[in-house]
Design a protein around this ligand. Structure first.
Ligand code: UDX
Length: 433
């Protein structure tokens, strides 16, 4: 099929390359010329495992091209909207500027019978509004939310765990058939597919992210209780996780969730619920957010306490900047936040991250970035692990003890083995264990 993908950020760039790798003819559009030039050259503007390979292969096949010119989308059968919906600067709601302008920009080029398929995460009610704007062109609108996780974005796009099509009632069958043709390969592999109305499809995405965020804040709330009772939240998570109704995944206590999705999505959902007069229905999301933000401060407080309240000029190695491993994304990153807060208190913070140092440096040039993990550790008086990279998980406590000045470690992701670190002479503090 002929497809266009509007917006070539994390979502759109991966979607464009993945759809081309499935055999579709794809044009990726973005207003950012630098980004388009990079992608057209086979270079990824961000770190995502496996994206380089499928991008280069798709470009070489001739089935993928990138442009800043909207006229290039004219013969596409389906136009995917993958632009960002960040948090508004002036509030908790979603900023729909990019979605609205993408729709305006594609309008003059839509051929009758084509389908505009929104993938961006939007407040419920948006699709119905946009459908009316699109209708006079003879094109139709569907909402097809994306559930990809950073670090697994390529796999999640090619082999999604479910497909959701929010379609207009009157054209349900035609629109379903078009999207089925796009996702033929996943459907042949028995991927569950749900056809819904617009509102359900929009809500599926925010409900899923709200549930995941709630699961993480639930276990972090248990960590707070564990901290005052001497219980171990990791064992608690293992024990409750054996109940298949609960499940062990997304029950890792630590410095909490960040990234470009969960934090802003729960805030936008709460704001939208308020507008709908149903604020109380999701009022718990405010607490989910608060618990989450408290955990960042908790690790900072632990570090400060270890210096008897005087962190000024004390050297702290902060291991991790990205909001999660296998990503260079620092949006709303708990790790970066911890580094910035400690630096703000006067500590001599030296940060290291395997992938996110360049993105972090651009946003926070005032921080010190080590060229290597060893360099970050050398001379440290406290080591703080805040992103669960496997390099940090694999640190050898004995060798690491030789590098630092004071063997004090704060395991903000509960990924180190406390007994091994204590046996090597470290003062180990985890989160709720
Ligand atoms: C999330 C959703 O998982 C995905 O389905 C949606 O499409 C986009 O938002 P992503 O932002 O890539 O994906 O990150 P995710 O893997 O969900 O992790 C979010 C944050 O939660 C990270 O900061 C991670 O470190 C943290 N986390 C995750 C925990 O603190 N504990 C856990 O048990 C799991």
């Amino acid at each position: 099929m002929k497809l266009s993908v509007i917006g070539c950020g994390y979502l759109g760039a991966v979607h464009a390359a993945a759809m081309a790798s499935l055999g579709h003819d794809v044009v990726g559009i973005d207003v950012d010329e630098t980004k388009i030039a990079l992608l057209a050259n086979g270079e990824t503007p961000f770190f995502e495992p496996g994206l380089d390979e499928i991008l280069r292969d798709a470009l070489a096949s001739g089935r993928l091209r990138f442009s800043t010119d909207y006229a290039e989308i004219a013969d596409a059968d389906v136009h995917f909207i993958g632009v960002g919906t960040p948090q508004r600067r002036d509030g908790a709601g979603a900023d729909l500027t990019y979605v609205d302008s993408a729709i305006q920009d594609i309008l003059p080029h839509l051929k009758p019978g084509s389908l505009v398929a929104g993938k961006s995460t939007v407040p419920v009610g948006t699709a119905a509004r946009l459908a009316e704007i699109v209708a006079p062109s003879g094109a139709r609108l569907a909402w097809n939310p994306e559930f990809l996780r950073e670090g697994f974005a390529v796999k999640d796009t090619i082999e999604p765990d479910r497909l959701v099509y929010g379609v207009a009632d009157a054209t349900r069958d035609e629109d379903t058939a078009i999207l089925d043709a796009v996702y033929a390969k996943a459907l042949a592999a028995d991927t569950p597919r749900l056809v819904t109305d617009y509102a359900t499809a929009e809500l599926v995405k925010v409900a899923a992210n709200s549930f995941l965020a709630t699961k993480i804040s639930f276990i972090n709330a248990m960590a707070e209780i564990a901290e005052v009772t001497g219980a171990d939240v990791t064992q608690l998570a293992d024990a409750i996780g054996h109940d298949v109704r609960i499940g062990r995944r997304f029950l890792n206590a630590g410095v909490g969730f960040g990234g470009g999705c969960l934090p802003k999505d729960i805030r936008a959902f709460a704001a939208r619920a308020e507008e709908l007069g149903k604020g109380e229905s999701v009022a718990f999301l405010k607490q989910v957010d608060e618990i989450n933000l408290r955990r960042r401060q908790r690790v900072v407080d632990l570090v400060v306490d270890s210096f008897d309240g005087q962190p000024f000029d004390r050297r702290v190695a902060v291991l991790g900047l990205a909001f999660k491993p296998d990503s260079d994304d620092i949006r709303d990153s708990p790790a970066l936040d911890v580094a910035v807060r400690l630096k703000g208190l006067g500590a001599e913070v030296v940060s290291y991250d395997p992938e996110a140092m360049e993105t972090a440096r651009r946003a926070h040039p005032q921080l010190t970035y080590a060229a290597s993990l060893d360099e970050a550790l050398r001379g440290a008086e406290a080591v703080v692990v805040v992103t669960e990279w496997k390099q940090f998980r694999a640190l050898d406590p004995e060798r690491t003890a030789e590098l630092v000045d004071r063997p004090v470690v704060f395991d903000g992701r509960n990924i180190l083995d406390p007994s091994a670190w204590r046996a090597a002479g470290w003062t180990y503090t985890g989160m709720g264990r």
